[in-house]
Design a protein around this ligand. Structure first.
Ligand code: HEC
Ligand code: HEC
Length: 327
């Protein structure tokens, strides 16, 4: 009997050793960064600025947010990162409040400072981290960095984003290295996926396809589609149906239904949809209890054509009734 137990235990140890070697050697899956050298032009920088400031909102994470204003726009120094999440903090709007963070994670400085930011990264390394989830050093990024969404940002738009990031003033802001607890430090290595094909920007004349693209990379889909537990895949059949709980301090708010159901945007015209966004073109002061996580002021800077394309896409979805998801 004892011998039997010893054999089983020995076998298990071997299996674990093989698993550890596999994880350390082969994960995260990654490919060499492309050796692209982006030639910056004012048009490219402007496209990047538009995408980052009004649609993708990188700096809503990579800066502190000003919660005295509606939607919590990013505060200067823009792009220089923010205070670390720790085992004690509850992170409003990034994760739901019941769990403290499994370790220490600092949202990094992504300005072009050479020492503390990404000034010495190549263009290919920046694009790889954004879309494929591995840092310059090849480590798997923690998936609060939404690379699994940004994989859809086209090659052309990725180049524009990098051109814009490089055009911003560098800010010196040291953010400590992360420490992720077991087993999360192992699990996150399974997620990154190298891109194997070119990613094209859909034709703007195809309003629905272009609207689908904008609402994916603008993370509308992420916040407005319920998921199971902490997973990243949406619940099938509930795309854009809202009801996702978010914590702002002690308060819970739910994202709205964006499908053409009566409990969603079923009764909204295209004009009303565009106007709902444009109403927030100027920053508004607000009491904390009336604030929201959706950065309306940033999105208000989208063109009417782009907001209209998002509307056209949302109207093409199957109508789904609103339902609040459990926290
Ligand atoms: C929802 C929050 C969020 C958004 C939005 C976001 N990031 Fe991040 N980003 C993170 C976090 C968290 C990390 C740190 C991950 C880690 O260290 O494991 C990170 C890391 C990075 C890194 C790696 C930095 C380093 O020093 O290793 C780059 C580059 C980056 N982000 C660029 C971007 C760009 C460009 C955008 C917009 C297109 C963006 N991020 C949007 C949360 C976000
Ligand atoms: C960080 C998560 C988040 C992101 C990203 C986000 N939303 Fe929202 N959205 C919410 C929440 C929460 C609400 C409810 C509170 C409010 O109205 O601000 C909401 C409300 C709305 C409403 C109001 C609907 C109503 O019935 O009044 C619309 C329209 C909307 N979102 C569209 C979008 C679009 C389009 C995008 C992408 C460009 C987007 N959202 C991105 C979280 C988000």
């Amino acid at each position: 009997m004892q011998r039997f137990v010893a054999i089983i235990a020995g076998g298990l140890i071997c299996l674990l050793a093989v698993a550890a070697i596999y994880i350390n050697t082969f994960l995260p899956r990654t490919a060499s960064p492309s050796d692209i050298e982006i030639v910056s032009t004012p048009v490219l920088v402007e496209r990047g600025r538009y995408l980052v400031e009004h649609l993708i909102l990188c700096n809503d994470c990579h800066s502190e947010r000003d919660w005295t204003l509606y939607g919590g726009p990013p505060m200067p120094p823009i792009g220089a990162g923010r205070a670390c999440m720790t085992r004690q903090t509850e992170v409003a709007g990034i994760m739901t409040s019941e769990a403290n963070f499994p370790g220490i994670l600092c949202i990094r400085n992504i300005t072009s400072d050479k020492e503390t930011g990404i000034g010495d990264w190549t263009d290919g390394e920046i694009i790889r981290s954004m879309r494929e989830g591995v840092g310059k050093d090849g480590r798997a990024l923690f998936p609060i960095m939404p690379y699994f969404i940004f994989k859809d940002i086209s090659d052309e738009d990725s180049a524009a984003i990098v051109a814009y990031m490089r055009a911003l003033p560098p800010v010196h802001a040291e953010r400590p290295q992360r420490e992720i607890d077991f087993p999360m430090n192992v699990l996150i290595r399974f997620w990154p996926q190298p891109l194997t094909e070119p990613v094209l920007t859909p034709d703007r004349a195809e309003s629905i396809a272009y609207g689908r693209y904008l609402s994916a990379i603008g993370r509308c889909s992420f916040c407005h589609t319920p998921r199971t537990g902490r997973g990243i895949a949406g619940i099938p059949g509930r795309e854009f149906a809202g009801g996702v709980p978010f914590a702002i301090g002690a308060r819970i708010m739910y994202s709205k239904n964006l499908t053409p159901h009566a409990s969603g945007i079923g009764n909204w015209t295209r004009e009303a949809f565009v106007a709902r966004f444009k109403a927030y073109s100027e920053p508004l002061t607000v009491a904390p209890e009336d604030n929201t996580l959706m950065d309306w002021n940033a999105y208000a800077g989208m063109t009417e054509a782009d907001l209209g394309a998002i509307y056209d896409y949302l109207r093409s979805l199957p109508p789904v009734e609103f339902e609040k998801q459990e926290l």
